[in-house]
Design a protein around this ligand. Sequence first.
Ligand SMILES: [Zn+2]
Length: 251
Amino acid sequence: MRLQNHARTTTTFIQYDDPYSEFRNARYSNAGLLNERDEIKLGTQLHREVTKKYNLTDVGLDRVDRIGQRCARASLRPAMLYKFHVIQSREFNGFSLPGGHIYVTTALVKLANDNELASVLAHEIGHVVARHSLKTLKQSQEYDDIAKSLGDLTGVAGDVARDLGVALGQMVAGGLLTIHTRDEEREADFLGVRAMPKAGFDQQGMITMFQKLQRIEGTNSDLLGSLFSDHPDAQERIDSTRYEIARMKRR
Ligand SMILES: [Zn+2]
C-alpha cells in the first residue's frame, strides 16, 4: 500500500506504525540462558510445584492438547515437547513455564471456541519460544544456585531436588516466572498470531478472544488472571493483532 501524507490524516482507523518492528528479526535460542536439557528439568520441577498449588483436571484436556500441539508444531520452537494442562478454576487465565508446560483454566476453555483457544495457546507457546521465563530467571538472585542444582540433579528425589523444590515453590507462589513485562506480552501476541494460520486456525480468533475478555473486564474483572489483567491495554492488543493480520495478507 502506498501511503500519502493526506491519507494519514483522513483515515484514522488504520494503524501505520508497525507495532511489532522490534520482534521481526529476532532469533531465538537458549544461548546465554539455561541450556535446553536443564530448562526441561526445571520445567518438570516447576510443574510439580504447580500441581501442589492448583487442581489439575482432565476436563477439556483432549481438546486443549489437540489444538495446542497443532500450534506448537507451527511455532518457531517446534522440536520442544509441549505438555498442556487444564486447571480447575473460575478465573479466566493461561500461563506457561519453561520446558514447554502450558496451562489454561476450565473457565477459559469453556469461554473460547477453537480459534480463540488456539490464540491463547499460541500466545503461551510464544513465551516458551522467546524463553521469557528463562530470561526472568537469569536476572533473579537465585539464578546461580538454581542453575547449579539443575546441573547436579539426576532424579526427583534427594537433597538437591528438595532444596530446589523449596526455591521453585516460592517462585511459583510469587508468580515470578509467569508474570511478564509488557514487551514480552506483545512479543508473545506477535509470535502467536503469526503461528495461527500455519496451525490451521483463523487469526480472527485472537481478536474475538480479546473482545470476550474485554467484556469480562467490564463486568467481572476479578475473574481475569494474568493473561489479561497485566500489561497491554485490550484495545491496543486488538489493534496490533488487526495490523499483523492485514500485513500477513498483503505478503
Ligand atoms: Zn502472556
